[in-house]
Design a protein around this ligand. Structure first.
Ligand code: SF4
Length: 398
């Protein structure tokens, strides 16, 4: 698994680069734009699925820490002891996107000799939390600039925000292609693990490449969304879906199709709760508004908008990337054990998605152990059969 990460890490990087690496497993809140604007190499550690690392993490974290955070501690131990072909991580940004990220911060600081930059993000989108978060982001940027030996430059940050919007456009184009399954996920890993400044070019290049080699769509293909705790590089879950011919059309993860739906706001019209409060001449306020109102409704508490409705609306919205007349046939809600963000609203998520939108949901909770794989695979196969039957009936009625 670590080899796969090394291969993608070096695929678009110059081995002579001396830029310090700043990493995160902060999910939606790893502030890559700020890291890149400070001239540092932003690397979101998108590795997951190792049962051995998950077990190693138990030496540092409680058994009720989320599976991914335990696994990341195991990964950091392997990266320290086994000397893989990766540069040292100079600093880690930890956010309270979820308990997994936040709780493992102390273990990283204490046992892995890295500078740790905490990024606490409020749980409600209000005028006050916007100002608080903008100040916190400014503070994180100053620390990052100090690591890079430079200054925080607002103009440079605006340029990286603009590049992030270009990347979101490129991902939206990619999402429209009728590509599904593991190849699509691999492309997203490649884009996300490339150096920041090359990602737009790489994403547009992949759009062009895949347009020319697009598979003929099978008439019976299902349009499936995989949502919840991200499925990361090295996780056998995606190859298991492939093996049972259940290719996922949309990956509702921050580094995947979801980027094509969630734009960094460019003006008040892109916001609801914070529209009157953001000073759009301040890049930190723009990013703060993005994190509070757009990036991750699933971890927010109730405000002007209902966070669960927002999450569901975003998933239903993937239909806009489909050809006319097609819809989302089903959703697989993937929850890693002890994940607070995606574990909390499992039942209402399923019922609201099914009752309000008529989209069936298969709810799967798992860890990285191989022992439950057979049972999970059987449940997904049964779900697929149900969807195929439902689609046949629907097609006949039209
Ligand atoms: S699995 Fe859930 S709790 Fe764990 S790091 Fe991911 S989002 Fe956070």
């Amino acid at each position: 698994m670590i080899e796969e990460l090394c291969d993608l890490f070096w695929k678009h990087r110059d081995r002579g680069s001396t830029r310090p690496v700043v990493a995160g497993y902060g999910h939606q809140f790893f502030p890559e734009e700020i890291v890149a604007a400070c001239g540092l190499d932003a690397v979101n550690l998108l590795v997951g699925g190792s049962e051995a690392w998950q077990t190693r993490g138990l030496d540092y974290l409680t058994p009720t820490s989320c599976v991914f955070s335990r696994q990341m501690i195991g990964f950091l131990e392997a990266a320290r002891d086994d000397k893989p072909d990766l540069p040292p991580i100079k600093a880690m940004v930890h956010t309270n996107f979820c308990s997994g990220d936040w709780h493992s911060m102390e273990a990283v600081r204490r046992y892995f000799g890295m500078e740790v930059l905490p990024l606490p993000i409020p749980y409600k989108a209000t005028a006050r939390s916007l100002k608080l978060l903008a100040g916190t982001l400014r503070g994180v940027a100053s620390k990052l600039a100090a690591i890079a030996g430079g200054q925080v430059d607002a103009e440079r940050l605006f340029k990286t925000i603009e590049r992030a919007r270009q990347l979101q456009n490129a991902i939206a184009k990619y999402a429209k292609l009728s590509i599904a399954g593991i190849q699509k996920l691999q492309d997203f890993y490649e884009i996300a693990l490339a150096p920041w400044e090359q990602r737009v070019t790489i994403a547009n290049g992949l759009v062009e490449k895949r347009e020319h080699s697009m598979p003929k769509e099978k008439p019976s293909s299902l349009n499936i969304v995989l949502t919840g705790s991200p499925v990361l590089l090295g996780d056998k879950f995606s190859s298991m879906l492939e093996a049972i011919d259940m290719p996922v059309r949309f990956y509702d993860f921050h580094f995947a199709d979801q980027q094509g739906l969630k734009r960094i706001p460019a003006g008040p019209g892109d916001l609801v709760a914070l529209k009157k409060h953001v000073d759009f001449s301040d890049p930190f306020q723009v990013l703060a508004a993005h994190y509070l109102e757009i990036a991750a409704p699933e971890r927010m508490v109730q405000g002007i908008v209902d966070h669960l409705d927002e999450r569901i609306r975003a998933i239903v919205d993937y239909a806009r990337f489909l050809p006319d007349g097609q819809g989302i046939n089903g959703v697989i809600a993937h929850v890693l054990k002890f994940c607070d963000v995606y574990g909390t609203d499992r039942t209402p998520f399923k019922s609201r998605m099914q009752d309000t939108n008529g989209i069936p949901v298969l709810d799967i909770e798992r860890d990285y152990s191989a022992s439950s794989a057979g049972q999970i695979s059987a449940r997904i196969e049964a779900f697929k059969e149900m969807l195929v039957t439902q689609k046949k009936h629907g097609d006949k009625l039209e």
